[in-house]
Write a protein that binds this ligand. Sequence first.
Ligand code: ADP
Length: 166
Amino acid sequence: MKRIAVYPGSFDPVTNGHLDIIHRALEFVDELVIAILVNPEKQALFTVKERMEMITNVLPENHRIQIDQFDGLLVEYARKKNARVIIRGLRAVTDFDYEFQMALMNRRLEAQIETVFLVPAEQYSYVSSRLVKEICALGGAVRGLVPEDVEKRMQKKLQTEGRRKK
Ligand code: ADP
């Protein structure tokens, strides 16, 4: 039986930390579904379509990777995808509380699905989408923390926004 995993997140935008987790997951799953959570209540910098494009652009064509979007319950979505594993990244203890809660709640909802936590390379352990957006908006360098395409798109958006606010 194929081992299928879902890696859910906002990916607004994808960072090298996310990519690190994706590559680690591919070491032990057969198929990985990168699933962008559509959350109309959470204000995002990039549209879901843009977020998908950025992930597609940076990942080489690979039949083991699927890039998709979802809303509603994650376990429901995982079930539809025949996935038995949910991949999450753990950066620091600050991630732990929330992730632990979610993993247990998801297990309560669907006992068959296991959450697997992966730890990124040290240099990405402090990288978050929120932080790179903040740094970029203030004109700081984000090279090496996000793919080049993402860096360019972020600069374009955030600079346009900055100009509009002035
Ligand atoms: P964030 O929590 O930064 O808004 P996402 O919702 O896109 O990002 O995160 C999706 C998953 O990827 C979460 O499990 C999150 O902990 C993980 N993740 C995000 N950034 C990193 C990173 N730099 N290293 C490891 N895991 C990460």
